[in-house]
Design a binder for this molecule. Structure first.
Ligand code: C5P
Length: 209
């Protein structure tokens, strides 16, 4: 059984997917974290947004030796803006996407999974048993990002967070390979005015009824 949850950054995908997986006794896979792991790995090998195009062979060699389960990075490191921004750039490279895709399909072939990401119900698992697409108002998403980063909720900080999210959405939606898009057969969930529990209950009801 495969449940796919797609949507932009800070729309609650991972939080909901994790809780839903606990409730249903499924495995939760946060595919964005795989791209973040690869981003962290490349940055720690001195590959960055300025030089990655000159280092595609090095990227390939590093990927060949890497196993996702062996990661030693902390969530705080992976959640940083620098890691997220470069992860979004790396996510446009076919060998990077293939590395993540192979891992997703390998795990999903063995277990019941709930996978969240950008292209799970479109490119990766178009025939998933259930496909959801999360949307949330941009002001609310900016508040969530500010909270995650432990910024004060000042107008300036919220604007900074909003700009970062809009930039990430634009890049994820306009890239050539596996762009973020809403498949025609997804169930859209607008979480702007819903609590986490309400969303988990709604998804549970749709899946179990
Ligand atoms: O979800 P999160 O913000 O952690 O993802 C980081 C980046 O990884 C996204 O901005 C996106 O560019 C990329 N990503 C992707 N496909 C996925 C999940 C994440 O391209 N399935």
């Amino acid at each position: 059984m495969i449940i796919a949850i797609d949507g932009g950054a800070c729309t609650g995908k991972s939080t909901i997917a994790k809780l839903l997986a606990e409730r249903m006794d499924y495995l939760h896979i946060n595919s964005g974290m795989f791209f973040r792991q690869i981003s962290w790995l490349m940055l720690s090998n001195n590959i960055n947004a300025d030089n990655y195009t000159l280092n595609l062979n090095k990227i390939k060699c590093i990927l060949e030796r890497y196993t996702f389960s062996s990661n030693s990075m902390t969530d705080k490191e992976l959640k940083s803006q620098a890691v997220g921004d470069f992860g979004s750039i790396l996510a446009q490279i076919p060998i990077v996407r293939k590395k993540v895709s192979d891992e997703l399909h390998s795990v999903a072939s063995q277990k019941n999974v709930i996978i969240d990401g950008r292209d799970i119900g479109t490119t990766e698992f178009p025939n998933a048993d259930f496909k959801f697409y999360f949307i949330v108002d941009i002001q609310e998403r900016a508040k969530r990002l500010a909270k995650e980063r432990m910024y004060d909720e000042t107008e300036e900080n919220l604007r900074k967070c909003q700009d970062e999210l809009l930039k990430r959405d634009y890049e994820d939606m306009h890239r050539k390979i596996s762009p973020l898009r809403k498949a025609s057969d997804v169930i859209e969930i607008d979480g702007t005015n819903m609590s986490i529990n309400e969303i988990v209950n709604q998804l549970c009801k749709i899946i179990c009824d």
